[in-house]
Design a protein around this ligand. Structure first.
Ligand code: ZN
Length: 399
């Protein structure tokens, strides 16, 4: 009998193309249901992620001494002494690192940034350039700073510690925070800065909303997150969201940030406040597309097209009746619901990213951002939901 060959050179090439394995916490591990990291494959082919970790677009440095946060004109590269770089396992992957170690956290930030880039580039269909090229060809990641903040900027992304909960918790293990900072880098890469004048408050608020939306879209790429969000609400995302229950129900920070009833007349010029109605409009559109896909596919029955303004026109009692579904009944629909959520997520991701080609940062207003979004809907897979998406932006007083 011939020898059985399990592993040919051809297979090895295929394995290389699959990418490189890391482990990522979709949410901080103290959030119930997210105690264990998930394996993710990043797109860098096996063997191309070196010590650090590092690849052709990003590299991690872990300074030996306490480093001050970068602040112009203090910019990368960091030139002081470094701790030893994190090394891949013998198989070239980084999923051997033990959660709880400094090395794990360093690799975690690298993997999260790469993962968000991979997701955004797959919506766009091409590489997203660094806005700081050609001064730097790679992003420097500093995963551990004694600083109660996280930031990204000209050539860097660095993570301090979240001290809002008593015991400081490293932002290096907080996917939302890393994805949000990566979102800023993605948008700067696509839009750049205004050629003339300082960026206005609406441009900066748009940066915040885009970073929050990208963090949410990236979170929904984790099975754990999609499963938990759907099972907890028994698939009634639309209803829970309209009643503002979804924010209360959700442990996921990106969902809590996006599920609210703030309109432009409710917010001032503080950047984070000012960004919220836009984030709310994008999130409402995502959950309404999700719900209408369920109706189209015969999985749900309440047709929201019958209401001109969902947040006004539907009585709580009417919606509460729709919520009357048991956990057992929901289980029969879970995978159909998840498939609709994935489709809605991708439609919104594609529309948001294609809208940037229509935006001029000079004199930018959030209204222009909303108009660009609505124009991008027209040539997208979401176009037959265009009327509802328009309603959501109009309700938020963005159009
Ligand atoms: Zn931000």
């Amino acid at each position: 009998m011939d020898d059985v060959v399990f592993w040919s050179a051809h297979d090895r090439d295929d394995a290389g193309r699959l990418g490189t394995r890391f482990r990522v916490f979709p949410q901080p591990p103290f959030i119930p249901g997210y105690e264990r990291p998930e394996v993710v494959w990043i797109s860098s082919p096996l063997g191309t992620v070196g010590p650090g970790p590092s690849d052709h677009r990003l590299y991690v440095v872990d300074p030996m001494v306490q480093k001050a946060p970068y602040d112009y004109p203090y910019l990368p590269p960091f030139t002081g002494d470094l701790r030893p770089p994190v090394l891949p396992g013998p198989d070239g992957h980084f999923d051997h690192l033990e959660a709880g170690t400094r090395e794990f956290a360093s690799a975690h930030v690298f993997a999260c940034v790469r993962r968000v880039l991979d997701i955004c580039e797959s919506y766009l269909g091409r590489e997203i350039p660094w806005f700081f090229a050609p001064v730097y060809d790679r992003l420097e990641i500093v995963p551990h700073l004694h600083w109660n903040n996280a930031q990204s900027g000209f050539g860097f992304l660095e993570m301090g510690e979240d001290d809002s909960m008593g015991e400081p918790f490293p932002f290096a293990l907080n996917f939302d925070a890393i994805a949000h900072e990566t979102g800023h880098l993605v948008l700067f890469g696509m839009l750049g800065l205004p050629d003339v004048g300082e960026p206005g408050p609406d441009f900066l608020a748009y940066h915040e909303t885009v970073s929050d939306c990208l963090a949410l879209i990236a979170l929904l790429h984790f099975d754990t997150a999609a499963d938990r969000i759907l099972r907890r609400s028994r698939g009634n995302l639309l209803i829970e969201n309209e009643l503002d229950y979804l924010a209360e129900l959700s442990d996921e920070k990106s969902v809590r940030t996006a599920s609210h009833s703030l309109r432009m007349s409710d917010v001032g010029f503080q950047l984070h406040d000012r960004s919220k109605p836009f984030t709310g409009a994008v999130f409402d559109s995502l959950v309404e597309i999700y719900h209408l896909l369920l109706v189209e596919r015969g999985v749900a029955h309440l047709d929201t097209r019958l209401f001109s303004e969902l947040r006004h026109d539907v009585s709580h009692e009417e919606l509460e009746r729709e919520v009357a579904i048991t956990a057992e009944e929901y289980e029969w629909r879970h995978f159909a619901a998840k498939s609709a959520l994935v489709d809605a997520r991708d439609m919104i991701g594609e529309v948001l990213m294609s809208s940037w080609a229509l935006i001029d940062p000079v004199g930018f207003t959030l209204r222009e951002g909303a108009e660009a979004f609505l124009i991008a809907v027209q040539s997208s897979r979401a176009r037959h939901f265009a009327d509802r998406i328009h309603e959501n932006f109009a309700w938020r007083e963005l159009i």
